[in-house]
Ligand binder design. Structure first.
Ligand code: MLT
Length: 251
């Protein structure tokens, strides 16, 4: 477990917003004003991103989730809503696997419950080797044009990626490659689930969101799925109002 940097704003029930790869808490900036009126929002930087250090020897998604649980306990919070974007969704699922009693509800944004294919894993390791050699620019070049369907966001996303450290990026690539299949886990959730996915997502197809809905509905009849036409992989940036509305359904 390592100490995480975080920002906190708003009032209401606690909501942890977990950023994706290879970003930091600033990814939620546009959604924040729509959420602080309803929630006590906690915005951490995951281990190895933003201002949170990467622990010696690196860490997997389970350790990232354990650090989040440690952060909440340190703030005196025994339960919280969690919303994870993409890799942040993988961390949110790891958190729900480890500490279901701490979860009030789960928001799963532009993410998926399944593991990487062997080819996907090999690509992650190839990218990790390229980042070790050439730095975060490799990932910034590959990802910043694909993250948002709105080209106006590209420069901001590129800048955010270039702020991240090569060891943090490499660690997260290996951690994502090693993640387990969480589809079975979804069918055990007895808390509210709200899934958000852009129909123009160039990284994770909307079909993955529909699969998560079907899995979660095995236990609960009310699982929200918000599909956003014309929106890419960054709904909280591209459609902040709709994303916040979807998270409010958790209350
Ligand atoms: C993310 O946005 O966090 C990543 O694209 C997730 C992934 O590569 O699986």
């Amino acid at each position: 477990m390592n100490q995480l940097h975080y920002i906190r704003a708003g009032s209401g029930q606690p909501l942890v917003l977990i950023h994706g790869f290879p970003l930091d808490h600033s990814a939620w900036e546009q959604s924040l004003p729509h959420l602080t009126v309803h929630f006590d929002v906690i915005l951490p930087d995951l281990s190895g991103f933003g201002a949170s250090a990467l622990p010696e020897g690196g860490c997997g998604l389970d350790e990232m989730a354990a650090s989040l649980a440690g952060l909440l306990r340190g703030l005196g919070l025994s339960r919280a809503f969690l919303a994870g974007h993409s890799m942040g969704g993988y961390v949110a699922l790891a958190f729900a696997r480890q500490s279901p009693e701490m979860v009030l509800g789960l928001g799963l944004i532009s993410t998926q419950a399944g593991p990487d294919t062997p080819e996907g894993q090999a690509n992650r390791h190839k990218t990790a080797a390229a980042v070790a050699e050439k730095g975060p620019g490799v990932v910034a070049d590959a990802m910043s044009p694909k993250l948002s369907a709105n080209p106006a966001h590209e420069a901001l996303l590129r800048e955010t990626i270039l702020r991240q450290s090569a060891p943090g990026i490499i660690n997260a690539l290996k951690a994502m490659a090693a993640r387990p299949d969480s589809n079975g886990l979804l069918s055990h959730f007895d808390f509210p689930v709200s899934i958000v996915h852009g129909l123009a997502d160039a990284l994770i197809p909307a079909e993955r969101a529909r699969e998560m809905k079907a899995a979660a509905e095995q236990r609960r009849s009310t699982v929200h799925l918000t599909e956003l036409p014309g929106v890419g992989h960054m709904p909280m940036l591209e459609a902040p109002t709709e994303t916040a509305e979807a998270l409010k359904t958790l209350l």
